[in-house]
Ligand binder design. Structure first.
Ligand code: HAM
Length: 429
């Protein structure tokens, strides 16, 4: 039987690469003071309907359980983390720094880098309304991506609040704004002009298009601030964006460009928003998205300022593979390590010593694989060589009687007798 479309199996080698990337990101998040959380893979459908926005809801896997409840496989984790915050963490000292890693589900058309089951690594910084918090979360996203071996990625930064203020000024509100947002987000200027032509006066439309296509260095923000000086909300939000950029400039090698048309696909964003692309990936090149949002009120709380991001782990793993290939062919061959432990027969004394030897190797922090196919020594060693193991621990009746094993170095071919207690030392541990 085939796997469901848009899902994948991960074999051990791939899984090792994925865990390495995830582990590096986890270590980075911990170093910034973030604590790991986990939420369920399914939630009440309402959680996402009210909180994540239409685009995500359309792609959701929704089902009824046997009790007739409407449940949904989570398309993302931000709404769930805020639900958890509202129920368990409102009294925790602020700010709260949380991170997570896990599967998400979206009914999208699968292609390279886009799956129906995919994995996100994300973080949320809850309870701080400052631009320093914006800068920290962006820097953390970049450091996590770098930890996977991707360098030179450029962060695109904008401000959804400012974008909304400019749209409002142009008279684009309600359903019209909902239709305009995805066009702006995708940079479809022509479609946007066609949509708004009959609703927005020519001059304002031109100013709006200029705004949503504005991109470049920090000076872009200053220019937009001057152009929309008569729109106080836009001025206020753009000043905030400038402050966040200022704080971000203190982080070494965090490269960013301003894109005032970043709209993001989720409804809850209110402030500074950002995205990170890895151009080598083709159509699905966005490896990270995030920004400041306000979800407190939908949980019956007062305002809870928060900002966060989610990295597409699958895309980062793909990109890291491509970066390694571009940087000099195939990834380095796996280093030889660990040992195969081969009992010469199945007698109690020999097996006892073989198991004890394997446990001693593991206790020393090395891999030990017990020969469980009952192959002759020669065949077992050949297989170990192919598995890139470094050592063979051979246990025969004579050795067992003396509490010794034969330790063979599979690289040099040297073999010697070693007392059980000295195995780790003989392996250089
Ligand atoms: P998002 O932009 O919808 O944001 O998703 C974040 C990342 O998940 C994307 O940049 C992409 O790398 C990856 N991703 C999304 N869909 C797929 C897919 N079908 N297959 C593979 N990768 C995918 C969020 O989910 C927000 N919760 C981020 C956030 C956290 N904002 C504030 N806090």
């Amino acid at each position: 039987m085939e796997r469901p479309r848009g899902t994948r199996d991960f074999l051990p080698e791939e899984m090792e690469r994925r865990r390495r990337v995830e582990g590096a990101m986890r270590a980075t998040a911990l170093s910034f003071g973030y604590g790991e959380v986990q939420t369920p893979t399914f939630e009440h459908t309402d959680l996402f309907v009210a909180r994540s926005g239409e685009a995500v809801v359309e792609e959701m896997y929704v089902f009824q359980d046997k009790g007739g409840r409407s449940l949904a496989l989570r398309p993302e984790l931000t709404a769930a983390v805020m639900r958890m915050y509202a129920s368990d963490l409102t009294h925790a000292p602020k700010p709260l720094r949380l991170f997570y890693s896990g599967p998400c589900f979206r009914y999208e058309r699968p292609q390279k880098g886009r799956y129906r089951e995919f994995f996100q690594f994300g973080a949320e910084l809850i309870g701080s309304p400052t631009p320093e918090a914006d800068a920290e979360i962006i820097a953390l996203a970049v450091r996590c991506i770098e930890s996977a071996g991707l360098c030179g990625t450029v962060v695109r930064i904008g401000h959804v609040g400012a974008l909304r203020a400019v749209l409002e000024w142009a008279g684009v509100t309600g359903p019209l704004s909902a239709r305009a947002f995805p066009l702006i987000d995708k940079g479809e200027t022509q479609g946007l002009e066609e949509l708004l032509m009959d609703h927005v006066p020519r001059e304002r439309l031109e100013a709006l298009v200029e705004y949503v296509t504005a991109a470049g260095g920090a000076e872009v923000v200053g220019r937009a601030r001057a152009a929309f000086a008569a729109v106080p909300k836009a001025v206020e939000h753009l000043a905030r964006l400038e402050e966040a950029l200022g704080h971000l400039s203190h982080y070494r090698d965090v490269l960013c460009t301003v894109h005032l048309g970043i709209a993001r696909g989720l409804d809850y964003y209110t402030g500074v928003v950002f995205e990170v692309d890895y151009p080598g990936l083709g159509a699905e090149k966005q490896v990270c998205g995030g920004g400041a949002y306000e979800l407190g009120q939908v949980f019956g709380l007062k305002e809870v300022p928060a900002t966060g991001f989610a990295i597409g782990l699958d895309r980062v793993v793909l990109a890291a593979g491509e970066a390694a290939a571009a940087g000099g062919g195939t990834p380095a061959e796996r280093a030889r390590e660990g040992a195969v432990v081969v009992p010469m027969d199945r007698s109690g004394a020999v097996m006892a010593l073989a198991v004890e030897a394997a446990e001693a190797v593991r206790a020393a922090g090395l891999r030990a694989e017990l020969e469980v196919l009952r192959r002759p020594v020669g065949k077992a060693l050949k297989a170990a060589d192919e598995q890139r193991l470094r050592w063979a621990v051979i246990v025969g009746t004579d050795e067992a009687a003396r509490g010794e094993v034969a330790l063979k170095d599979l690289v040099s071919g040297e073999q010697r007798r070693v007392p059980l207690g000295d195995i780790a030392a003989a392996m250089g541990r």
